[in-house]
Write a protein that binds this ligand. Structure first.
Ligand code: F55
Length: 816
């Protein structure tokens, strides 16, 4: 077989050939998209050979595979990553010249697939990267949404959402695999299987069927030969759906009705769960994903295995939150109804196959589905859930005789005016292992949210602290700091063994190293300033402290607390124009779910405050506020390397883990944060003296909640009062007192997340930050130590933890 050559000359030859034979054009007449697409496929081809060898090695070894099921992936841009992973990165410049296209223009066509909302989707991408890097046989399954997470723009400061037509120019990174298509059913009826006296086997006759068409993207490992894949499903109508007779009769809309209904399933990513609409469609998406994926997993299993006994030994499925949990009932249905396996054996196989990762503590984020909806959409699955619950509750009753309250709390079915299925309960009952994503999170899960389960099955619960891939978030995002680290440590080994960063600790006594570190951060700020000016017109000073809060807008994350700090600085400078303040650029980034009105209003307020700061001649010399539009993985890669201060200020006990906190610390930002999520583990490692801690801890917050009166804090603290009053006064709304009144009311009314209680501690802590910043040597040492001591937060370590604790899989090396 012809494989691609390894030299720059080979690359250039293939490039011209691909341009000619794939795009049908020449360098002289190529458009921007032609040039980008050709470069992309030429890079991609350099992974195909490794991918084929990976498949061959996996086939020969017949290993245990990890199947990662996730409704979301945030993969980030592919071009630079794949250049790096194929060792062709140094050729980018000469190659761009060959194509006659400026590098920046080529990269602008490299759109990121926005197939996720936030941390959960990005974690999935980091884990896939690490599994490939560790030579773990793995496949990621997901949905190929036609429209990803909406694009965020601002109109007069308010968020407006635009569709993300991410495949407009085509997606050069994906391979269609039409031969592996699957058929999925919905609705319909169930009936007894006449030959089954137990009544546990039944037959489902769906009322509607839809095709799932897969395509895959390659997931290369770094510094290894393994190339795994992520398989994404797209919904298509079955071939007979087009109604020719109606079309001929001029009924054009009716003729394509079924096609539209089928294709709507993979039409759009749901922007979080805060909107009521489309609940049925969302459940359809979830079942579509798991039905297609499980059939594919079984197909792959049967390539090398027969019978069902070996299934749990060869297949381990990780459920990324509850969104794919219907897979548990679907595997039961396939085993019992289709493959005629006895219920007990099927249940044993199923429980040994699945594991579940929980990503939240917020009760409102725990997914439940109305029984009535399931009864209509997936009638057989509801029956199976009832049977699972029946046997489970029998077990519970035997363990806790007479404890009906226990039964009610543990049941998969929530009783009430509207009966609902608790997906997290189904997940725990149907899994071998359940994990939280940071130590505190796991502790709180087992002590509160899933307490009864943790009492019943303590051995099921594990902690696997999240991590991030150093390849994307240090090496690709921050080439300057990476070069400095490599220079100091002697080689690039740290990229796959991140604990080696520890040795940077010695460098804090080397003034030359500190100067180079500071200069790298400064240059990163110059780059960021260029991007910010281009996208917002705001000019930022690279000498100022870069204070960043980048994450989805959510009340529990408390962007409003940060804003109260900003307004306090604004008030202080206005009151005392000669005040000696540390110049800061406060950079926000993040989207609010389109239906989450409180957070959309807060975004509007952030923009309004930014404008007030910017138009005040005195304030604007020392303070800048920017809300970077359309925050995504690409923007994160620009912002994180420039950050000096990382804002991780959620109310203690609410943020499961956070992963931005890790990315920022690894890039030398110092954290100001609460004792929440993985902040605790970051502080333990970097040292209390290199972390700005403030606020209530989880227990204090829970106590205060009982007798909390936000007004008391407002009345006691003149600076807090001035900040809240400024919002209420309408100064940020051209005198309109009504516009931001709901923000004020929420703060003084319930203040659900105790922002006012933490305000004084936070603002004082920011003074300590200023104090540290004034001593730039001290600050740089803190910065270096944050990076040096955060090696634990590599997703390679996270993936290894999953392997050891939960998956029990072994690497399969792929020969060159
Ligand atoms: C997406 C869809 C729904 Cl319906 C609900 C939640 C989400 C989502 O995006 N959740 C999410 O991102 N959770 C985050 O997961 C991260 C990775 O574990 C954590 O670090 C973070 O604390 C958590 O909020």
């Amino acid at each position: 077989m012809r494989t691609v050559g390894g030299t720059l000359e080979d690359f250039e030859r293939d490039l011209i050939s691909n341009l000619y034979y794939q795009r049908g054009t020449t360098v002289e007449s190529a458009s921007g998209p032609d040039a980008y697409h050709t470069l992309a496929v030429t890079v991609r081809d350099r992974l195909v050979d490794r991918y084929a060898r990976t498949a061959a090695a996996h086939y020969a070894a017949n290993p245990r595979f990890v199947y990662y099921l996730s409704a979301e992936y945030l993969l980030g841009r592919q071009l630079r990553q794949n250049l790096l992973y194929t060792g062709t990165e140094p050729w980018l410049r000469p190659v761009a010249e060959d194509l006659g296209a400026p590098l920046e223009e080529l990269e602008a066509y490299d759109v990121e697939p926005g197939l996720g909302n936030g941390g959960l989707g990005r974690l999935a991408a980091c884990l896939l990267d690490s599994m490939a890097t560790l030579d773990i046989p793995a496949v990621g399954y997901g949905i190929r949404y036609e429209f990803g997470i909406f694009k965020q723009a601002f109109r007069d400061g308010a968020q407006v959402e635009r569709p993300d037509d991410w495949t407009f120019y085509g997606n050069p990174w994906e391979f269609p695999a039409p031969d592996d298509r699957q058929v999925v059913g919905f609705y319909g009826t169930t009936a007894r299987s006449l030959d089954d006296p137990t009544g546990l086997r039944r037959q489902w006759t769906p009322g509607e069927t839809v095709r799932g068409e897969p395509s895959h993207m390659l997931v290369p490992g770094f510094g290894t030969q393994t190339v795994n894949m992520i398989r994404l499903w797209r919904a298509r109508a079955s071939r007979e759906s087009f109604d020719l007779s109606r079309f001929s009769a001029g009924q054009y809309k009716e003729a394509v009705e079924d096609i539209v209904r089928a294709e709507n399933i993979s039409k759009v990513l749901y922007p979080d769960d805060s909107t009521e609409q489309g609940r049925e469609l969302r459940l359809k998406q979830q079942y579509f994903l798991v039905a297609c994926s499980l059939r594919d997993i079984i197909r792959r299993y049967r390539l090398r295995n027969t019978g069902w006994d070996a299934f749990p030994a060869k297949v381990v499925v990780q459920l990324n939150d509850t969104h794919p949990v219907m897979a548990i009932t679907e595997l039961m249905r396939l085993l019992v109804d289709v493959y005629r396996v006895d219920w007990d054996l099927a249940w044993s196989i199923t429980r040994r196959t699945f594991n579940y990762t929980c990503h939240t503590l917020l009760p409102e984020a725990l997914e439940t589905w109305p029984v009535a909806l399931l009864e209509r959409l997936l009638p057989r699955h509801l029956e199976i859930i009832y049977s699972i619950n029946h046997f489970f509750l029998q077990e519970v009753a035997a363990t806790y005789p007479g404890d009906v309250d226990k039964l009610r709390r543990l049941s998969i079915i929530e009783e009430g005016p509207e009966r609902r299925v608790r997906m997290a309960h189904l997940a725990v009952v149907g899994s071998t292992a359940v994990n939280g994503v940071a130590e505190l999170h796991t502790r709180l899960l087992t002590a509160t949210t899933l307490r009864d389960f943790a009492e019943l099955w303590p051995y099921k619960f594990h902690n696997v602290t999240n991590g991030v891939t150093p390849r994307r978030f240090i090496r690709l995002a921050n080439p300057r700091l990476s070069a400095l680290i490599t220079d100091r440590l002697g080689d690039e080994g740290w990229l796959t063994d991140l604990e080696r960063l520890e040795r940077l600790g010695d460098a804090v006594d080397d003034p030359e190293f500190l100067a180079r570190w500071r200069e790298a951060k400064r240059q990163n700020k110059v780059d960021l300033a260029r991007h910010v000016e281009r996208s917002t017109g705001v000019v930022i000073d690279p000498e100022a402290m870069c204070d960043v809060m980048i994450k989805r807008f959510h009340e529990y994350k408390r962007q409003h607390l940060k804003l109260l700090h900003v307004i306090t600085l604004f008030n202080r400078i206005r009151e005392n124009p000669d005040l000696d303040v540390v110049p800061r650029t406060v950079l926000f980034g993040g989207k609010a779910a389109p239906g989450y009105h409180a957070m959309k209003l807060l975004i509007h307020l952030v923009n309004a405050v930014a404008e007030a700061v910017d138009t005040d001649p005195v304030v604007s010399r020392r303070l800048k506020v920017v809300l970077v539009p359309d925050y995504n993985v690409t923007k994160a890669q620009f912002i994180i390397p420039a950050a000096d201060l990382s804002e991780q200020i959620s109310l203690a006990g609410k943020e499961a883990s956070g992963t931005g906190n890790m990315k920022l610390a690894l890039n030398g930002a110092v954290t100001i944060g609460t004792l929440d999520g993985a902040n605790i583990e970051i502080r333990d490692r970097v040292g209390a003296e290199n972390f700005f801690l403030f606020g209530l801890d989880t227990a204090e917050a829970a106590d205060l909640r009982h007798h909390y009166r936000p007004r008391a804090f407002y009345e006691q603290d003149p600076e807090l009062r001035a900040a809240v009053d400024a919002i209420a006064s309408g100064v940020f709304a051209k005198g309109d007192r009504a516009l931001f009144a709901p923000v004020v009311d929420a703060m003084l009314g319930r203040d659900e997340y105790l922002a006012l209680a933490d305000y004084r501690s936070y603002v004082d802590c920011q003074e300590a930050v200023d104090e540290a910043w004034r001593d730039q040597d001290r600050w740089t040492r803190m910065s270096v130590l944050n990076s040096a001591r955060s090696g634990f937060f590599s997703s390679d370590r996270t993936a290894r933890d999953y392997c050891d604790l939960i998956w029990r899989v072994e690497p399969v090396p792929v020969p060159s």
